[in-house]
Ligand binder design. Structure first.
Ligand code: BJW
Ligand code: ZN
Length: 248
């Protein structure tokens, strides 16, 4: 039997027995929707400097540049579609885990999980289609591609994308929900993340601490791989639908 086939069978067996499931995704799950990942050979951080584009100081120095970058991400997300991996995750929630027993934590800001039909989602790094005021509580959904830095209609201050820059705390409700689910779930499925950005990277270890199972799907090995019960090497758009098919 091929190594991957064995691993897929093992993953399906774990999922069949699990009464709850936490899924943690990163940029790799959207790679087959043509949205580039951050790290690795073709990663965005090879071409661009995160200090300029996704940091508080970068935004203070040059909000126009940060907006230009985030508008290009908005455009890219709008012209992309969810892939088979996103749909398989939505199917896991819909068909195999009842209310309250499933949570999808995504580090992605591209909205593709929601468009694929996932419902219980914690977007811990924000969402590219939301923007908020840097001074007051104003926040809105927007698909506008701006030429200039947008201003708050309530107080006139600069608006910013509602995403989490380096050095900023994650949204309180989302992270509380995520950590509390991690503390009680039987199983976590970790897909397409390099596992180097905290606090997201810590989540699988919370599951491990209380004896929960870890399934990892990634094209490459990560710092988590040696702790995973099953590591399935490959593209999530191929592997996840195979896992779902095998659970039945
Ligand atoms: C496939 C595939 C396919 C490819 N199929 N797989 C030193 C030590 C520890 C921590 C720190 C430290 N110094 C600073 C920190 C904290 C910092 C951090 O973790 N930094 C590390 C990089 C060192 N974290 C933060 O700053 C966070 N905030 C924080 O800690 O706040 C504390 C605080 C508390 C109270 C008050 C104040 C502060 C915030 C982190 C924000 C991250 N933001 C970004 C950008 C947001 C979006 C935007 O604006 O555009 O989020 S950075 C970027 O990295 C993005 C991602 O969500 C995140 C994670 O990346 P991800 O998803 O894992 O992608 P990649 O590219 O890394 O990996 C892709 C993977 O997919 C690879 O493994 C491939 O193999 C795989 N793959 N194709 C399956 N088809
Ligand atoms: Zn305002």
């Amino acid at each position: 039997m091929r190594k991957n086939t064995e691993d897929i069978l093992m993953a399906s067996e774990i999922l069949r027995k699990a009464s709850s499931l936490l899924v943690l995704t990163g940029a790799g799950v959207s790679a087959e929707s043509n949205i580039p990942t951050f790290r690795g050979d073709n990663g965005l951080w090879n071409k661009y400097n995160p200090e300029d584009l996704v940091s508080v100081d970068g935004f203070r120095r040059n909000p126009a540049l940060v907006w230009e970058w985030h508008c290009s991400m908005r455009k890219l997300a709008m012209s992309s579609n969810p892939n088979a991996g996103h749909f398989a995750i939505a199917q896991l929630e819909r068909e195999f885990f009842c209310d309250g027993n499933f949570l999808l934590i995504t580090q992605n800001i591209d909205d593709l999980h929601r468009r694929a039909g996932s419902e219980n989602i914690a977007e811990i790094h924000g969402n590219i289609f939301y923007e908020r005021c840097t001074k007051c509580a104003f926040r809105r959904r927007s698909e506008v591609i701006y030429d200039d830095v947008p201003r708050c209609p309530q107080c006139g201050s600069i608006l910013r994308p509602d995403v989490v820059f380096f050095g900023e705390p994650l949204p309180e409700m989302e992270i509380a929900k995520s950590f509390s689910f991690a503390q009680k779930t039987d199983c976590i499925l970790v897909v397409g993340t390099s596992g180097v950005v905290y606090p997201a990277a810590q989540i699988p270890y919370i599951v491990i601490e209380h004896g929960g199972k870890v399934i990892e799907v990634n094209k490459e090995e990560t710092p988590l791989t040696k702790y995973a019960d099953v590591h399935i090497s490959g593209e999530s758009g191929t592997i996840l639908p195979e896992i779902v098919k095998t659970i039945r």
